[in-house]
Structures are given as C-alpha cells and as structure tokens.
Design a protein around this ligand. Sequence first.
Ligand SMILES: [Zn+2]
Length: 76
Amino acid sequence: MSFLYVCRCCGMKLGELDQAAVSEVELGLHSLTPEERQHIISKERDGDTVVRVVCDYCRDAFNQHPELSLVGNPLQ
Ligand SMILES: [Zn+2]
C-alpha cells in the first residue's frame, strides 16, 4: 500500500511513498479539514491512498494565467 501523489489537473503521477515508511502526520495531511481531505485524499480499492495535488507545470500555468481555475481540468 502506498501514498500516490497525482496532479489533479493533468493527472500526472508525481510520486509514490510507502505507507509503512511515512505517516499522515509526516505528510501534513492530518492538518487538513474534513472537507479538504475529501477533496484531496481518496482511497483506492487496492488500499492505496491517492493525494491530489498540483504539479509544478500546472502551477506555473496557473501563475501565468490566473484566469484559469484550479478546479476542473482546463488543460484538456
Ligand atoms: Zn499537472
């Protein structure tokens, strides 16, 4: 079982951490509100935890085009 980091905009896989090696506290996930957790974290059927973040590429794109929303998938 792993923590999978996936860009919520372009879907790119950014990283994978062994759940046995890190805790939610170490990742800072424990400080999220329940709403944020629902938004950002999802459990896969095989037990992996998917953490939806924004990759550097998409963050740059949003910085250059602030009219784009972080919600949804404006790059497709
Ligand atoms: Zn991205």
